[in-house]
Design a protein around this ligand. Sequence first.
Ligand code: C5P
Length: 238
Amino acid sequence: MEKRAQLYAGKAKSVYETDDHDLLIMLFRDDTSAFDGKKIDQLDRKGMVNNKFNAFIMEKLAAAGIPCHFVKRLSDTESVVKRLDMMPIECVVRNIAAGGLVRRLGVEEGKELNPPTFELFLKNDALGDPMINESYVEAFGWAKSEHLAKAKELTFQVNTVLKKLFLDAGILLVDYKLEFGVFKGEVVLGDEFSPDGCRLWDAETRKKLDKDRFRQGLGNVIEAYEEVGKRLGIDFDN
Ligand code: C5P
């Protein structure tokens, strides 16, 4: 496969065209950012760790019947993905209160949420990714209502699969963000699933093992990502 022009560069990943119109190459960089790009840094090994983490999770989700854009890992820091027509929306599920929910509602961090909550955010850096709802998506035409309904259904299916996967490794899946797109008429999971876009706590000690270590300046960010990966059985050396 031939890597061609860069199509897009985000805060932590870049996307390249290939000689196949339907396929793109996603490059995981060592860049990390938080608070809408106000805090940025470079973390050694991050691109490799997140690429391998994402490949492992996407394969688990695909095996559980969830359509994913991930095709295969190409190198330490690159993966081949399907070219989706992305919805400009973030889908967030929370099993335990943390982060934005705690700030917004003043509820206690760590409160179990049963049933889990579902939230939508508009992907818009300039506006700070504001919270939206299903009626906004319809009114502004950000996605077809049947596509949004499917994305929501898949977001909850992901919860069933991943809550168990992490819990079996002694880790709580606190919350996560997913992005979807459309490929040949089908709603497909896009973007990535890594500790950058979810919260993971040690089930015993509740130690934070995700990007909150970077946001809150707790240190050992990539060490924590690797610890999660190793507990899941990911081999970062190959
Ligand atoms: O900040 P908040 O608590 O709303 O985030 C909920 C979840 O979504 C967290 O796991 C966070 O890492 C993820 N998220 C993300 N990208 C964003 C916003 C939130 O990955 N732009």
